[in-house]
Design a binder for this molecule. Structure first.
Ligand code: SF4
Ligand code: FE
Length: 491
């Protein structure tokens, strides 16, 4: 396993092409726009050597060796539960997305789906994927789970688009491998990953079989270009360490728009090539695994937001006010509700035919749907408690200026024994963790709410619920009623 430093050093040998704000990023480790995201992902490596090592590591079922949990294929419900607990703990330390879960989820989904394709189509993807897994575990790689296509006109299927590149597709095949073209959007952690694992983004018909492609691609493979996304307040990183609120780790995952310009992939890294009938299951498996996470990572973030709100109340001298206590209690309830859903969907996980474990799909979708609301409510309450200061604080540079600094120091003081700077820092943490990009990520990360609603409707077994109700209401099943009527007529 790599430790945090070894992970960071390993990134130096990669040469991905990344553009950001009109410039090329020469080193993701050094550049101020990417370094905080590197620090955050590095925490997934550090945890494997810290006091929570037991949670952060697992025994590989492929090699029997100890591996980082982020490269593990879940072998039981305890693995699924430990995953959630681990994510919560990492979030408490980083206060932001640490990105590496997307790859873990893509690996686990691929493990299941390649097995199924082989069983039904006689292909050899699963063994090929197992070899790839061993390579990922041996080198403790960070994999960017790369699902979301740019999608163009959402009312049209991939092959119906004006531009055929709106979904990643196979352009050609030869004896050595395949060539793919297209782009993947919202790519969390891509800039500081080692490889990406691309997979389909939607269900596909036979006419769209060229869009049914799964493959592992190094982030610096020829033809790959990344464009780094903008985030709320990201320019503050260039101006100091107070105004970002969380200078070491940033506020969200660091996403890219990743373009695949006719990228060659050798066959040993191709895990689906035209088997369109498995695309939907692939998407659903990956999505359910990733939705499971949100009651881990977002609850860890909520722990920090609740702590920051409580601290602001203390700095303002009102921690005992009843309405403040009520709001803190409500925040705790909202956070733990998300956690309950995550633990439940993990504990209710089941073995797959491939031998790995998979979460309960219905419950995993409730996790994420709750997050789309609860994180907004938690943030609203944090704003309520922290006060208007989070929206009107002066610039860090003015606080540090000899002309304006003394005024800010004097007039923005709260409780006498709390340094003004502590109050400012805490307010900035609340501001940055509860607005803009961070909130939008809670809404759309792991899929937009409508995607979860569709899954709930599909998975909830409504027919059975209707049966329960009819039974209690004394309504006989319709077939029996019709039969009874027919018999009466015969007589
Ligand atoms: Fe992991 Fe959460 Fe970030 Fe997704 S949003 S990659 S689950 S930390
Ligand atoms: Fe996310």
């Amino acid at each position: 396993m790599k430790n945090a430093l070894e992970y960071i050093e390993s990134l130096r040998s990669l040469k991905p092409i990344i553009y950001c704000n009109g410039q090329k990023i020469e080193s993701v480790v050094e550049h101020p726009m990417t370094r905080p995201h590197v620090n955050s992902a590095a925490m997934t490596y550090a945890m494997a050597f810290g006091p929570d090592a037991e949670l952060a590591t697992a025994t590989s079922h492929l090699t029997g060796k100890k591996v980082n949990r982020f490269t593990h294929i879940h072998q039981g419900t305890n693995d699924l539960v430990n995953k959630v607990k681990l994510l919560r703990k990492i979030s408490q330390k980083t206060g932001t997305c640490f990105q590496r879960c997307v790859g873990m989820d893509a690996l686990n989904a691929t493990f299941i789906v390649t097995h199924k394709i082989d069983q039904e189509c006689g292909t050899e993807y699963h063994n090929r994927f197992i070899e790839y897994m061993k390579y990922v575990q041996e080198n403790d790689l960070m994999i960017a789970g790369s699902m979301t296509d740019v999608k163009g006109d959402r009312s049209l299927k991939p092959g119906e688009q004006d531009d055929p590149d709106m979904y990643v597709h196979i352009v050609s095949k030869n004896e050595e491998g395949i060539i793919v073209r297209g782009a993947k959007a919202h790519q969390t952690g891509m800039a500081n990953s080692h490889e990406m694992l691309i997979l389909p983004t939607t269900n596909l018909g036979p006419e769209d079989k060229d869009y049914a492609v799964a493959a592992a691609i190094p982030v610096d493979a020829p033809g790959v270009v990344h464009i780094f996304g903008r985030q709320t307040n990201d320019q503050r990183r260039l101006q100091g360490d107070i105004d970002t609120g969380n200078a070491k780790f940033a506020i969200v995952g660091g996403e890219t728009l990743t373009i695949l310009n006719d990228v060659f992939v050798p066959w040993n890294k191709v895990f689906m090539c035209g088997e369109h009938q498995y695309a939907q299951e692939y998407v659903e498996k990956f999505a359910a695994y990733h939705r499971q996470n949100y009651g881990g990572c977002k609850v860890g973030l909520s722990d920090v937001i609740i702590g920051a709100s409580q601290a602001m109340a203390e700095y303002n001298g009102v921690p005992k006010a009843n309405h403040i206590k009520d709001k803190i209690i409500e925040m705790i309830n909202l956070a733990e509700t998300m956690y309950c859903c995550s633990i439940a969907c993990s504990a209710e996980g089941k073995p797959t035919e491939a031998g790995s474990y998979y979460v309960d799909t219905l419950l995993a979708n409730t996790v994420k749907l709750n997050c789309t609301k609860n994180m907004y409510e938690i943030s609203r309450l944090a704003h309520d408690i922290a006060g208007g200061l989070i929206a009107t604080l002066p610039y860090e540079i003015d606080y540090k200026s000899p002309v304006t600094g003394p005024y800010i120091e004097k007039y923005l003081k709260g409780k006498a024994d709390v340094p003004t700077q502590d109050r400012i820092r805490m307010a900035r943490l609340v501001e940055n963790m509860t607005g803009g990009t961070a909130l939008a990520e809670s809404m759309h990360g792991a899929g937009s709410p409508q995607a979860m609603r569709i899954m709930l409707y599909r998975e909830a077994n409504l027919k059975e619920k209707v049966k329960f109700a009819k039974n209690l209401a004394g309504i006989k099943p319709q077939v029996a009623q019709e039969q009874a009527a027919a018999t009466k007529e015969d007589k």
